[in-house]
Design a protein around this ligand. Structure first.
Ligand code: SF4
Length: 386
């Protein structure tokens, strides 16, 4: 006789947590800036979001009939939220939490953005390269640039134009002014020497001083201080055209355009980040009366972010003041904190930022680029300190 198991009653369906979560939002959430977290059955973070109006944003999830909100609600068992003083701070906090916890539904922040840098290595004969991974190795990095396929090619053209090597780091280097009487004659290790695009420090065909001249020119160009490489490419086009070598001229025209674009990107980017140097004062508390309202103006407290080079260096709260009035006077401690942050930023060595700092910089830059009206809230440090 087969041993039949006792029939068991089917498990009762798990109650849908969505109505309970909705009631929780209705009962407790306010329309203030903040971030919220959906949490799964094992306590795992499913999704982190931000909103300038947390209550409205959360209630919109329960009206969704398709898409990610519905997918999240199908799995979520808990919901939490917290308020922050401003939407800008909600953006930063959301970003930092997503970076730290990498929730399953936050795909947009999980995908690492594609940026690249130009690297001038710190070696006896420095090299010029494009890289996606800046590291703290003492090299000088310029950028970031969108990591296009054209970038490595343009960097190579620049290296060839300025006579800077781009061979592997392990290639032995010997300058012509290096005392090495017993050394056998050396031959260049690649065809660039023969093509005239590298002075061949691998074969003692150039002095250290002469080689470093090309490196310095590359650095000055990448700092936006000179456009000599563009002029040099232009001279090559002219020479090739007058020799009726039209294919060569066309080749150099393409290279010159690539190098010009590179410079424009660098200069634009640097100029934009340099312009992000101010105290960003954001009013906090309930919504302001409309501009045309007859209500008496209301004194507002402000959340202040000291932004230098596109990065938030200091955050503090400011006592209430009437709209249009100067900020309230600062105490000595706050004054010295601001001065100290400015001083540190002024003297900081431009190390390559780690990935998180880079992403945050792009986030801040994008915030102001997309909301130029927010720049009007910025107060130059000198004016703020009075
Ligand atoms: S010629 Fe020598 S130093 Fe120049 S790129 Fe080639 S291997 Fe490097």
């Amino acid at each position: 006789m087969p041993d039949f198991a006792e029939p068991t009653a089917p498990a009762p369906p798990r109650p849908d947590p969505a109505p309970e979560l909705r009631e929780q939002v209705r009962a407790g959430a306010e329309n203030r800036p903040g971030i919220y977290r959906f949490i799964g059955p094992r306590g795992e973070l499913l999704y982190i979001g931000k909103s300038v109006r947390v209550r409205s944003r959360l209630l919109s999830y329960f009206r969704a009939r398709k898409g990610k909100p519905l997918e999240i609600l199908r799995v979520a068992r808990q919901l939490e939220w917290e308020y922050v003083p401003t939407e800008f701070e909600a953006l930063l906090r959301e970003f930092r939490l997503i970076r730290a916890f990498r929730p399953r539904f936050n795909v947009h922040h999980r995908r690492d953005r594609r940026f690249a840098w130009i690297k001038l290595t710190r070696e006896i004969a420095p090299r010029l390269l494009a890289t996606r991974r800046p590291i703290a190795d003492g090299a000088r990095y310029f950028g970031p640039f969108p990591a296009t396929r054209a970038l490595p090619r343009t960097v190579r053209d620049l290296a060839h134009l300025l006579g800077v090597r781009d061979c592997p780091a392990r290639t032995p280097m010997h300058y012509s002014d290096q005392l090495d009487l017993l050394a056998p004659p050396r031959t260049p290790r690649c065809a660039r020497a023969e093509l005239g695009s590298c002075p061949a420090p691998c074969a003692a065909l150039v002095s250290r001083k002469a080689y470093l001249q090309g490196v310095e020119e590359a650095e000055a160009f990448l700092r936006g201080e000179t456009d000599e490489p563009v002029q040099r490419a232009r001279r090559r086009i002219e020479r090739a055209s007058s020799d009726r070598a039209f294919e060569v001229a066309a080749l150099w025209r393409d290279r010159m355009e690539g190098i010009e674009r590179l410079r424009e990107t660098l200069v634009d980017h640097r100029r934009y980040l340099d312009s992000l140097r101010f105290l960003y004062r954001v009013p906090t508390g309930p919504d302001l009366p409309r501009q045309d309202s007859d209500d008496a103006p209301v004194a507002r407290a402000h959340r202040v972010y000291l932004i230098i080079g596109g990065r938030v260096r200091l955050t503090f709260d400011e006592a209430p003041s009437l709209p249009g009035n100067p900020p309230p006077s600062l105490d000595e401690l706050r004054r010295s904190q601001i001065a100290g942050a400015l001083d540190r930023a002024e003297n900081e060595v431009p190390l390559p930022l780690d990935e998180e700092a880079r992403e945050e910089l792009f986030l801040v830059a994008r915030w102001f680029r997309r909301r130029p009206e927010e720049l009007a809230r910025g107060c130059p440090p000198a004016a703020y300190l009075g």
